[in-house]
Design a protein around this ligand. Structure first.
Ligand code: DP6
Length: 356
């Protein structure tokens, strides 16, 4: 069937729920069309997700895609124009887009202002909807593996970190000698069984400041071009990834903590030493880091921290330590915006939902 046949007869609905992720090995710096300067690795979360529904109908003339976008029930100019330019940029990969009108509705289950990166969940949810639409209207048989790979490829064009959210558990994005099948164009899931020590990893997200960042990630990535420490950073990320993979396989939590924290602090060091340099950590991010380090020394706990490109701090620990960590979290809430701490855990990846 071509799209112009049955032009008015078909309306399609697709709905995907896709989670956010937290990087342990950080993607920082890019080139070309959203290609990473170094390979990264992340944990796909469970509780922080975006739900996106698309309604697609055909239009005549090949001037599409026509887009109407609503975020949490309301028209949203800023998100809408990012979505529109993303859709235009993926037309070469979805020829049918020129012949469709899309009504897109999207919403997060975490407050938009919670300071949790939403581009990863939002872009992956939309990419998955587009891949489902392609599958339906072309009628092409496609393996689950190939479907997810394309969804990851398309997500990456929307936002680099989004391509890792397509898989549950842990995924790697970017070509790396230690990861077979790894690629700069899409993410891949871990090819080995995680050591059980890491299979129930928890993430308590301490919201130091839920506000908009002063410097966006795109600006930050750009500042890596010509950065005095760029080459050393990419070498560091590559060797950290090799060591982290081994730690995940062997159940070596000590190395896991060491590398996770080294990556978070290196990411922020890159920001501070950019030209112009800038700080995204707040005094309370530092207060939290100090308390976590002291707590670990005193209690022998496995807890460690990581940060995104922002002031909020993620505490990572095995589920078995939840009770031990509770009093620490209570204390750290004093450093958080309105005492906000969000409990999350490693999740099994996006889900296709029935919707109309
Ligand atoms: C610090 O994926 O948000 O979270 O590709 O420009 O959308 P764009 O950037 P984005 O960058 C994420 C950077 C990071 C590290 C990471 O998630 O790997």
């Amino acid at each position: 069937m071509t799209l112009s046949q049955n032009a008015d007869a078909n309306v399609f609905y697709f709905c995907w729920k896709s989670p956010s992720n937290i990087a342990l090995i950080k993607y920082w710096g890019k080139s070309g069309n959203q290609l990473p300067a170094n390979a990264s690795l992340s944990i796909t979360l469970k509780e922080a997700y975006t739900l996106t529904r698309i309604k697609a109908g055909f239009i005549q003339g090949g001037s599409g895609p026509e887009v109407e976008f609503r975020f949490e029930g309301e028209k949203n100019e800023a998100f809408g124009s990012r979505i529109e330019s993303f859709l235009k940029s993926v037309v070469p990969h979805f020829a049918f887009l020129k012949e469709v009108r899309l009504e897109i509705e999207s919403g997060n289950n975490f407050p938009h202002s919670a300071g949790i990166a939403s581009s990863a969940s939002a872009m992956s949810a939309l990419a998955l909807c587009l891949c489902s639409l392609e599958k339906e209207i072309t009628g092409r048989e496609i393996s689950r593996e190939a479907f997810l790979q394309k969804a990851s490829f398309i997500s990456r064009i929307g936002s680099g970190s989004a391509c890792r959210s397509v898989y549950g558990g842990i995924s790697v994005w970017g070509k790396h000698t230690s990861v077979e099948g790894s690629d700069d164009a899409f993410a891949v899931p871990l090819s080995f069984e995680l050591n059980p020590l890491f299979s129930d990893i928890r993430d308590t997200i301490l919201i130091v400041d839920p506000g908009q960042k002063k410097v966006s990630s795109s600006v930050g990535h750009n500042l890596m071009k010509g950065h005095a420490y760029a080459a050393a950073r990419y070498t560091q990320a590559a060797s950290n990834l090799t060591a982290l993979l081994l730690a995940l396989k062997q159940g070596d939590w000590e190395t896991f903590s060491l590398i996770t924290e080294n990556e978070a602090l290196s990411l922020h060091a890159m920001m501070m030493t950019s030209r112009p340099g800038y700080l995204l950590m707040h005094p309370n991010s530092l207060n939290i880091i100090e308390k976590v380090t002291d707590f670990r020394k005193q209690s022998g706990s496995a807890v460690c921290f990581t940060l995104d490109a922002g002031p909020n701090v993620h505490l990572l620990y095995p589920a078995g330590e939840s009770d031990k960590i509770k009093p620490l979290v209570e204390e750290l809430k004093d450093y958080c915006y309105k005492g906000t701490a969000i409990e999350d855990t490693m999740g099994s990846g996006p889900e296709k939902l029935n919707c109309r």
